[in-house]
Write a protein that binds this ligand. Structure first.
Ligand code: SF4
Length: 569
């Protein structure tokens, strides 16, 4: 793997091969990025310190024709959570990087003025972006295409990234590195955008094309035979989950205080398809095409329909789509934005902050979101996320977060394994690292009683390991609906030429998971927990089982024996 490092303070670059030991132990994207972040990040440094790296890494599937396999990962210390933060994206940046001869791009330093990077042919250059700072995204994209060609892949931040909103996101070709404030990391380096030009005709070769084609063919058949990946997601996008989650009591409203009402059906994926959809959008080489291009641009997807809709008691789909488009333009994570505004509404109702309650009032929400992006008025403190809002107003239990990351659209009281997944996630309150909703609601790989407590830790840990390995290959999480995780070894063998077993894929995932945990311990991240509001079941019992399964001590710290087994420092 080729690693291009650029220090934007001095505009110096180096292109080096990745050490073979790291490549063998970590394989690609999430694994390699986590290891490099662990090694490069000086302990205790602020996430927005100029010397803090942000890493963009590809995996062995990126740029091949494998279905759902052309994603890439960004990794940094999150300014929102203080944790290690890996984020997966389906834009074209990863494909273009590999076709430019780069597998990993590391950005450090701080440019002396607003700048952008242009990456081509194994090298990166820093250009002045002063005329682009503070302008609309469409202008930035048009400018970069004019300068560097219409086929460049463009990664960029919005105003929220420029001003340092701690949940600012990064866009790449209409897809998002959504969570954890990675947009603020790029903004703190004065980097507005990264444009990558792929070398025309460059193919990503695989060692055994026949085996690769056969495994890809098998996976396409699975995807075509599965109702989620062949019908539900293509027809209705991720919003197809909304009605189901409401019916199961997993969709909440008003900052997780009420169950979402029946009128949530107005903002479902079915309604998006029937009233707003212009066309579907696919990440590179994906037959599922779950993305939605609507009259309002990209989305809204399931999480945004909830966070900016049901969560804020807004059930007018056009209004939710407008709020989603506003967040996209400003470059702000829609989940965190919606949860922060919902918390502000609750605190306003309690008289804690001087703000007009905005539940159900889309205009008021729009105004607050703009203030957050500008960091003016109440937006100054709201831009810091729920955890810092709680500390600022000295309140407890109004912020729906774990380790500072705002919780997503599945109420933890409705599925206890998913709740354990939130609590133990290394990047904070997120459903994706273990995606136990698949198990407790959709029955993948098997249906478990969602209110059960015992016996879930083993399967959750296995899924966390398996999904860490998927992020390492750069295979989309939604592939797990149709392609069994024990098939990952066959995919990895076909694309790398190295023989993998299921046990090895589990061990690599476990190594990544433990290394992420070590990073967090080194940075003094708080222990696993859930907000008091959700502690309606024996979570401590689940922690005990989970830590035992993981081979950790009672405080959730990996033991020396476990680290030795995994070859970790
Ligand atoms: S299923 Fe959706 S998110 Fe996943 S690769 Fe396909 S289009 Fe992208």
């Amino acid at each position: 793997m080729n690693v291009l490092s650029i220090d934007v303070s001095a505009a110096t670059t180096t292109l080096q091969p990745l050490g073979l030991t790291i490549e063998k132990q970590y394989v690609g994207a999430r694994g390699v990025a986590t290891r490099m972040l662990f090694d490069l990040f000086e302990p205790g440094r602020d996430a927005l310190d100029a010397r803090a790296p942000i890493i963009f890494a590809t995996g062995p599937l990126t740029g091949t024709t494998f279905p759902m396999g052309s994603r890439f990962i960004a990794a940094a210390k999150s300014p929102l959570t203080g944790t290690v933060f890996n984020s997966s994206c389906g834009g074209r940046l990863g494909v273009h990087l590999r076709k430019a001869g780069i597998d990993v791009l590391i950005v450090t330093g701080k440019a002396d003025r607003p700048s952008y990077l242009f990456v081509e042919d194994g090298n990166a250059q820093v250009f002045d972006a002063s005329p682009l700072w503070g302008t609309e995204k469409s202008h930035v994209k048009a400018y970069l295409r004019e300068k560097h060609g219409k086929d460049v892949s463009i990664l960029l931040i919005g105003k929220a990234g420029e001003t340092g909103v701690l949940f600012a996101n990064i866009e790449n070709d209409g897809r998002y590195l959504g969570r954890g404030g990675l947009g603020a990391v790029l903004g703190s380096k004065n980097i507005k955008a990264v444009a990558v030009k792929a070398k025309g005709g460059n193919r990503i070769n695989v060692p055994d094309p026949d085996m690769f084609s056969f495994v890809a063919y098998e996976c396409k058949k699975w995807l075509a035979a599965n109702p989620v990946t062949s019908e539900a997601l293509p027809q209705f996008g991720t919003g197809v989950l909304l009605n189901l989650m409401r019916e199961m009591g997993l969709l909440s409203s008003r900052n997780y205080r009420d169950p979402a009402p029946f009128e949530s059906a107005n903002i479902s994926g079915e309604m998006v398809t029937s009233t707003l959809l212009k066309k579907r959008r696919a990440c590179p080489f994906c037959p599922v095409a779950c993305g939605r291009i609507t009259r309002y641009g990209e989305g809204p997807e399931y999480e945004s329909l909830w966070s900016l809709g049901a969560n804020l008691a807004i059930f007018d789909l056009e209004k939710v789509a407008e709020l989603n488009a506003l967040c996209n333009e400003l470059g702000m994570d829609t989940i965190s934005a919606g949860v922060v505004v919902a918390m502000a509404c609750e605190l306003a109702e309690k008289g804690v902050i001087p703000l007009s309650p905005a539940y159900g009032d889309a205009n008021a929400v729009s105004r607050i979101i703009n203030e957050i992006a500008q960091r003016t008025g109440p937006g100054a403190i709201l831009s810091q996320g729920t955890k810092k809002i709680s500390a600022h107003f000295e309140v407890s239990d109004a912020g729906a977060e774990v380790k500072g990351l705002e919780l997503p659209a599945y109420d933890p009281r409705g599925a206890y394994g998913n709740a354990l997944g939130y609590a133990t996630s290394n990047r904070g309150g997120c459903h994706l690292p273990g995606y136990f909703i698949g198990t407790e609601v959709l029955g993948i790989p098997k249906l478990l009683d969602r209110f059960g407590v015992q016996g879930k830790a083993t399967l959750l840990a296995r899924q966390q390991n398996a999904f860490a390995f998927m992020d390492t290959l750069c295979l989309c999480r939604f592939a797990a609906f149709a392609i069994p995780t024990d098939y990952h070894a066959r995919i990895a063998s076909a694309v790398t030429g190295r023989k993998f077993t299921w046990e090895e894929t589990q061990q690599i995932g476990e190594r990544i998971w433990n290394l992420e945990r070590l990073f967090n311990i080194r940075e003094g991240v708080e222990p696993d927990t859930l907000p008091r509001r959700f502690a309606t079941f024996p979570l401590e019992e689940m922690f005990r089982e989970y830590y035992a399964v993981r081979g950790w001590d009672e405080a959730g710290v990996p033991t020396a024996e476990k680290l030795e087994t995994l070859g970790l420092p």
